[in-house]
Design a protein around this ligand. Sequence first.
Ligand SMILES: C[S@@+](CC[C@H](N)C(=O)[O-])C[C@H]1O[C@@H](n2cnc3c(N)ncnc32)[C@H](O)[C@@H]1O
Ligand code: SF4
Ligand code: SF4
Length: 285
Amino acid sequence: MELSESPQIIEVQFCNLCNSCCSICPYKDMKYKPEYMSTSLFLKLINELKMLNLKRIIPYLNNEPFIDKNYISQIKVLRANCPNAELEISTNASLLTEDIMNELLKLNITELRLSVFGYYKKTYNKMMPNLTKSVVFKNLHKLSKVFKDSKTKISIVMIDNGQINEIEFQKMKALATKLNFEFNKWGFLDRAKNVKNQTNNFYNDKVNFCEQFRPLERMHILADGDVVFCCQDWKHQYVVGNLNKNSIIEIWNSKEYNSLRKHLYDKKLVAPDLCCNCKLAQVKE
Ligand SMILES: C[S@@+](CC[C@H](N)C(=O)[O-])C[C@H]1O[C@@H](n2cnc3c(N)ncnc32)[C@H](O)[C@@H]1O
Ligand code: SF4
Ligand code: SF4
């Protein structure tokens, strides 16, 4: 795949917070200062997004999107200005009220992913300790009713971190089917060694390729306007520009972005340390 002239997919967070501290996620160790995207930056972003012929917009990034009281209004503005882009949202489903569900229904969401990391209470509480399983499972049932005639692809996501019995995945899959949702069991990623308590034990300084093509088609924007090279960069060590100062296109073509791309894809150079530690990086002959 060649570098796109402009990003095809945008991941953006309007707020950097989460209400959970999942055992498999780096969030709990990051201690971020709360950050909400300013109205002026939000409007600048929307004005630029509507000029780009984007394939998909992903309005969350390493956060819990529904923690932000303004989230639905922001998605309404986004949808009105980018009527043809696919919209993908992922949530832990703990904060979905019936009002929010009904608003979401009107917004032509392409994909709604629900992170529910345990079927049994014991597993759920171990994996998602801040949340209440009974509340989330009630929300799943409500959501199924509200979205019963919609085209939105809804899926329940569980992560196989090697500590969950196969029976539990099967139980969740059966529940998903009953609710008219899809089910996805994903492999555990340590987010380029950003999860403290579990690791993929991956390191390779010969990598020269990204399995997900992220640097070539996808841009990652934080609530303060910083653009990071990749969503795996939970510590924000690879900032390639800031949207308050420059446009999306200027940042996409910036010296900083291109230098990181060159280091990743040029076989003669050593890839950014982030990629050397990332299970999604590969060596291509
Ligand atoms: C970091 S979450 C942010 C959105 C929201 N808070 C949620 O949990 O769905 C984004 C996606 O990453 C997935 N995820 C979280 N931790 C993971 C891990 N260690 N390995 C692979 N995927 C993970 C979640 O299931 C979710 O689909
Ligand atoms: S996986 Fe999602 S819900 Fe869990 S801590 Fe990470 S961002 Fe929050
Ligand atoms: S950190 Fe991983 S996912 Fe991100 S660009 Fe590098 S190889 Fe791809």
